[in-house]
Every structure is written in structure tokens, then in C-alpha cells.
Design a protein around this ligand. Sequence first.
Ligand SMILES: Nc1ncnc2c1ncn2[C@@H]1O[C@H](COP(=O)(O)OP(=O)(O)OP(=O)(O)O)[C@@H](O)[C@H]1O
Ligand SMILES: [Mg+2]
Length: 452
Amino acid sequence: MSQRSAHIFLVDDDEAMREALAVLIESWGYRVSTAGDGVVARSEIARTTPDVIITDVVLPGMSGLDLLEELERDGVKTPIILITAHGTVGWAVDAMKRGAMDFLTKPVDHGHLRELIERAVEEIELQGWTLDLQRQLEEGRLGQLVGQSPAMEELFKSVRLLAAKQTSAIILGESGVGKEVVARTIHDLSPRAKGPFLAVNTAAIPEGLIESEIFGHEKGAFTGASQTRLGCFEQADGGTLLLDEIGDMPLALQPRLLRVLEEGRARRLGGSREVEFDVRVIAATNRNIDELLQTRVLREDLFYRLNVFTVNAPPLRDHSEDVALLAQHFVQNFNEKHETAITGLRPDALEILENYEWPGNVRELRNVVERATILAQKGWIQPTHLPGHVRSVAGRGKKVILPIGTTTAEAERRLITETLAAVGGNKTEAARHLGVDPKTIYNKLKAYEAAE
Ligand SMILES: Nc1ncnc2c1ncn2[C@@H]1O[C@H](COP(=O)(O)OP(=O)(O)OP(=O)(O)O)[C@@H](O)[C@H]1O
Ligand SMILES: [Mg+2]
């Protein structure tokens, strides 16, 4: 529905006033129907389902307030604007408590009326748009993964494929792109879904404890081992084990891990026998895999054992089409968690989110939506509910204008310094905008300084 074709229903017993208002509202581009009393209005409204209702409070037979109540009983959700004479302002205030959208006093201020109608129509459009998003949300998900962009469809394909297989896999992607959710979804859709899903984050365990966390230990295996502890393979038996941050696995443990993976058996620290297990192993890292291999942080043989299949989880900036859907998904989650009543995001707020770069990917979006939900409490998330650094999307719309005759060296210098200024001097951020390594920025700046 476009703003201009909205259907306005006007109820007033004063024919001259009614006709005058109808002509006025039509002149703003709306379609207008009218009724002279509440009874006719009620049945016409049921029949024609207008977008906005405007009614006089004092009507013969059924008053505007009675009409409001009847319509509520009929389940009509259409916004209602009341028009009152001075003597009935108290009623109108009462009516607002009962759900009327707003009221105007006679003589009707045309500008105010027009503004109210526009606001009502905009609200309906937003509601319709959000409903649409909710419908898309029902389709645009796989397990706990939300998205419907081609990039996410591609990811969904890999997830479905892997769910049907038993092979190991490695999930690559920046921090916050959802690698753990991908692993969990593969598990949830696989025949192992009834078994456990266990995520072991190598980066989060103190180095001295990693061995015992992964392989387990027998009681008394070392000082402080007062209880027997099952290794993660035993814990995940029959299910899926996510070895998260595989790039942080101590090098010394990697050959042992490889052997365990190949043999399907592990020995606890201090244990005398090997325990068999049936575990599907998925690994993940947010680090550059080539670099991990080149610098020998990750052993090639272990990598090839895990890397039967590679899943690339895309950064959010490469599928910003999904921001609306993801944000709506998080709004619904946080409404439950915080008992808020957010309907959704206003288009201007969403536009800001869609233009942001999301260095922290979906995790960052989730945090921004959570904060906005708490700030707004109900209704719509507006730009003011978004953090300043997201709102002032660095450099958006700014230009670097270079006259013909500028040398390429000078052009590069201008582009670098102005981008840097636009992002408040943040070199990493500037490097991302320019598509170069932060190191390049440092070096260039040093060279500029030296030349001065
Ligand atoms: N496609 C998605 N749909 C719904 N939620 C998502 C999606 N991607 C990420 N999330 C959410 O974003 C947050 C971060 O996801 P997750 O922990 O899986 O990221 P990660 O890639 O493992 O990051 P890290 O490398 O920092 O461990 C979680 O709250 C997760 O639920
Ligand atoms: Mg993770």
C-alpha cells in the first residue's frame, strides 16, 4: 500500500463539515468514505476495512466512543482519530486510554490532521513490512542459522550436505560469523542429533590443562587430579565434538590428537587402557588457515585429517541483505529475554545497520540489537537507540575530489589521509575501507611523515 492510496473512513453527523473534510483529505491524495452515524459506520467499516478511521465524538444514536468500543469488540485494529468539541476533551482523553490513536479539537487544524493521518498510514506500512519480515524469518532459517542471501544459501547447502555425512570438517570464518552455530546445526540435522554436542574451545583453556580437558585423566594421574575426568571424546560419544580455535591447539598435542582421530580410541592421562568412542569431529578457527599452516602453528597432517570438507562462513558485510532478517530474529529473542515489546526496526534505523561494516559480524549485530531493545522497551527501534559509532558510519557519503593533474602518488596519499580522518584516525578501520593491510597504512604514513 502506498501512503497515497490509503483508505480513510470519516464519521461525522454534520454533513457540511463531513463533506468539507472529505474534500480536504482527498486533496491530499487519500481515498475517503464517509458515514453520518455510528451504526452505518460500523457496518461499512466491517465491509470495507479502511486503513484509518476519523470520527466525531458526538454522534446521534451511537457516540464516537461507543463506536470505538464496538469496533474493538469486532476485532477491528484500525487506528482511530477522534474529533472533539471543547466540551468533550475529557472523553477524548478517556478514549485514548481505550486505544484511540489521538484526538483533535474543533476547529480542526488541517496541518495536524494531515500529520496524524500520515503517521497512522506510516505505522500500518511498518506493521505490514514487519509482518512480511516475520514470515520470511519462518522460511529463511536452517536450524538456529538465520539468513536468505545467496551467501547464506550456499552455507546452508554445505550444512545440509555435512549433516547427511559423517566426515570431519573444518569451519573457517571471522570471529562472530556463527561458526559454532554452523557446527551445532550440522549436529542437530544429522543422525547424531540425539547424542551430545560438545564444544571445546582450545583458546579458552589454560595451556597446562588442555591435555587433560581433551584426553581426560585418571584419578591420581597428577597432583590435584582427585577425580577421574572423562576426555572430550568420551563425553561426546555418540554425538559431535567441535574443536573450536584449532589454531590454538598446542603443537605438542597435535600428533596425539591426530592419532586419536585416526584410531577412534583415546587413553586418559595416567590411564592404562584405551577407551573407544564414536564421535564426529568438526574443527573451527577464525584465523587465516594458510598462515597457520605456513607458520607451522597447525600441523599439516592434522589439518588434512580434519579438512575432509571446508565450510566458509561469510562475514556479515558480504551479506548485508540478511541484516534485516537477523535483526528481527534477535528482536524476537530479546523481547522474550527482557520482557520488552519491540515491534521491529524503523527503516531509517535498519538502513544504518545495513550500511555498517560489522567488524564483529553477527555477534556484534546481536549485541547492538540487544542494547537497542533494552533502550527502546517497546514500539520501534529508532536511530537514536543505536550506538554512536554505528550511526556515524565512518565516511559514509564523504568524497575525495581530485583535480585532473593529480599524480597517482598524491591521489593515494589524499585517499589514505582522508579515509583516516573520516574514521577518526583508526588505522585498522581505514585499512579495511581501503582494502589493504593495516601494515601498509602504517608504512605509508611513516613515509609521508619522513617526506615532510
Ligand atoms: N546466521 C546466524 N543466525 C543466527 N544467529 C547467528 C548467526 N550467526 C551468528 N549468530 C549468533 O551470533 C553469535 C556469535 O556466533 P558464534 O559464537 O557461532 O560465532 P563464531 O563464528 O564461533 O565466533 P568466534 O570465532 O568469535 O568464536 C551467537 O550469538 C550466534 O547465535
Ligand atoms: Mg566460536
